[in-house]
Design a protein. Structure first.
Ligand code: SF4
Ligand code: SF4
Length: 373
């Protein structure tokens, strides 16, 4: 139903088309290739190949790109937060249908079936193609700005054998291709991940960290606050797009905007699938979200959440056991959990050395009130 509604609104949604050609490597978008900097599209290391359509579809003749607005910059998030990009249905499922709908309308059903589609997960640097094709402009926060919505857009592309007519959304001539440079996104970043124009240290970026499997980094667990998935601080801070009407289903319902971290930790697999399976946030699996939920409740939960965190001390996943211990330590710092002694004793006997090491680090960093082992 969602896809049908979006297909019906294609004329109101920004999309562009043209011949498929390699585009220049944009210094704002490819990220840094040294080991300290992580690419958001890590599938291909060679910059030139990430900017060449042949990498995804050898012999491609045409390219279509779509940018679909999401989120609501007027919404004030609650203490437990889910990225606006995950309020609505999973865009990885919706955008391919939209792209094939556009291709079908422009080049026919056969071309649409044969098109190769990329939405996020693929080798091409979508933002560089979008700028080159006139879909939007670059932002200091490394996002693509699409008028009138600013940086809160989902991007996707489709490559076709046939060459479509050239269609642009914005005209670059006479317009500043870079944003106003107010710097609010740089100031808003809670971890210093966004350091300069277009430069994001993904290892410090909470959006990346909340999607990564395994143990949470010590330095970022506290700044994560109540985040379950994603960050959004640099996009919330951006004034570009405020006041624009946000169409479509990606706005989400009130329930989508205030996710229940407690249910995430207590629900069985069946109920989890019913609530989360259709969301972009679920792409990394249940354990990543549960790990984040333990951390979020430790940072922003109430006194009643301690018992729930404690249940995860014996979870089969060491990353979740560690998140449970750290969450309780956070609660203790906030005065909501009064006895870390048995928690630390339990952690020191953990079979995984990383959990045991975390307990020692927590104990060194924050000597807890009360008797310690
Ligand atoms: S998503 Fe958050 S952590 Fe990442 S660059 Fe933006 S403000 Fe910084
Ligand atoms: S917050 Fe300001 S500097 Fe950052 S992307 Fe938006 S307009 Fe540009």
């Amino acid at each position: 139903m969602v896809q049908r509604a979006l297909l019906a609104s294609l004329d109101r949604i920004p999309w562009v088309s043209g011949p498929a050609r390699p585009v220049e490597v944009d210094p704002l978008f490819p990220g840094r290739s040294s080991s300290r900097w992580v690419r958001y599209t890590p599938f291909v290391e060679d910059d030139r190949r990430r900017h060449d359509p042949d990498t995804l579809f050898a012999g491609a003749g045409g390219i279509f790109m779509v940018a679909v607005p999401y989120g609501d910059p007027g919404h004030v998030p609650g203490p437990i937060r889910l990225s606006q990009s995950s309020w609505g249905p999973d865009y990885h499922r919706v955008l391919p249908a939209m792209l094939r709908g556009i291709v079908a309308r422009e080049l026919g059903e056969t071309a649409a079936r044969q098109a190769v589609v990329q939405v996020d997960a693929g080798p091409l640097e979508e933002r560089a193609f979008a700028v080159a094709m006139g879909l939007g402009y670059r932002g200091v926060n490394a996002g693509l700005r699409v008028p009138p919505w600013g940086v809160r857009v989902f991007l996707g592309l489709a490559l076709t054998r046939a060459v479509p007519r050239v269609r642009r959304w914005v005209e670059g001539e006479g317009l500043d291709p870079v944003c106003v440079g107010c710097g609010r996104c740089l100031d808003a970043c809670p971890t210093g991940a966004l350091r300069a124009e277009g430069v994001v240290n993904a290892r410090r970026c909470l959006s990346y960290v909340t999607q990564k499997r395994g143990f949470l980094p010590d330095l970022l667990a506290l700044p994560m606050g109540g985040r379950l998935y994603g960050c959004d601080r640099c996009t919330w801070a951006c004034p570009d797009g405020h006041g624009a009407a946000y169409p479509g289903p990606f706005i989400g319902t009130a329930r989508d905007r205030c996710p229940d971290a407690r249910t995430l930790l207590s629900a069985d697999a069946f109920h989890y699938a019913g609530t989360w399976a259709g969301k972009a946030a679920a792409w990394r699996g249940r354990r990543v979200l549960q790990r984040n939920a333990l951390n979020a409740l430790g940072n922003a939960g109430s006194v009643d959440d301690g018992a729930l965190l404690r249940q995860y001390l014996c979870h089969p996943s060491p990353a979740l056991r560690a998140a449970s211990i750290r969450g309780l330590a956070f609660m203790s710092r906030r005065g909501l959990w009064d006895n870390m002694t048995p928690i630390y004793a339990h952690g020191r006997a953990d079979p995984d050395h990383r959990v045991r090491a975390l307990v020692e680090r927590l104990h060194r960093a924050w000597p807890m009130p009360g008797p310690e082992v």
